[in-house]
Write a protein that binds this ligand. Sequence first.
Ligand code: NVA
Length: 373
Amino acid sequence: MANGDGTAVVNSWNEWDTLREVVVGSADGACYEPTEPGNRPQVRDRPDEPFPTGPKPPEVIAKANEELDRLAEVLESRGIVVRRPAPYDFSQPLRTPHFGVENQYCAVCPRDVMITVGNEIIEATMSRRARYFEYEPYRHLVYEYWESDPRISWTVAPKPTMASAMYREEFWTWPLEERHRRMHQSEFCVTQDEVVFDAADMNRFGRDIVVQESMTTNRAGIRWLKRHLEPRGFRVHPVHFPLDYFPSHIDCTFVPLRTGLILTNPDRPLREDEVALFTENDWKLVEAPEPVLSNSEMPTHCQSSKWLSMNVLSISPTTVICEEQEAPLHDLLTDMGFEVLTVPFRNVFEFGGSLHCATWDIRRDGTAEDLFP
Ligand code: NVA
């Protein structure tokens, strides 16, 4: 396994070791996510209203940027190096041989597309057309890291066509009973023919990588990750949360906080046969408390659930950053011995992510550990 001494410029093996360098997203140039076969964005509680298109209003962008900048300041005050994405014009339409899309999305959530696995940076395939080029605002950083340290490897996962045949559009119209009936089949809006994954469907636990099968990661995507990572000494474990009928991105569902402890979503239990990996290795699964905001109180154009409450950023095995209004979660974490730092982040929710989504860790302390011996 490429397991150095932990001193490489890019070095991060799990979600909780002490953070030294991180990328924080930016709302500059953000657009509304377009309707496309892999995404049917809806105005919250008004599903019949057309979803806006094109650039988000400047005041919405400014409020989110204020919170992202505040997060950057808090991280810097703890001695963590903070890097930011390069400007990118998300209002540009895309045309490839296989699809066209009216505009792109944003660089608020680097976690969705970029992942550090040990000393390797992987750019995910992505699953939606509007996010096809979302790696671009981070490329200047990737080049800098890659040029500065020969121990760093850089992998771009195969780009899927994102042609119509890659999607199962009827997924969006299945009634609830149909979703329930199919809940163990793991068939969502992407088919199984091409390699598809978003980086945010992965959790890192040392040499073990957990990957959620979802609307944004299919079985071919997980096979690709297995074949890429297992020869390098990792073990890849697919996981499923059958009661989540619209699964996408694992970090509002299953959130490791330190060795032996995972914050779980009470509405989305892990599939029964998959729990043993954790319990048999003495990991404790602790349910997150009910979020302070209900689903209907989330920002109007936010496509994520109230469980953004549990999308926290660990900056060490003992310190976690949470959204400032999520008091029940602060209390739970404090009771479990964590130092809880808080920042306002509700205006970033509008863009579908919270603190974990809005960051991409470049360097943490530590090396590859075997946490599931
Ligand atoms: N799909 C997840 C969001 C993950 C950031 C949820 O809505 O809970």
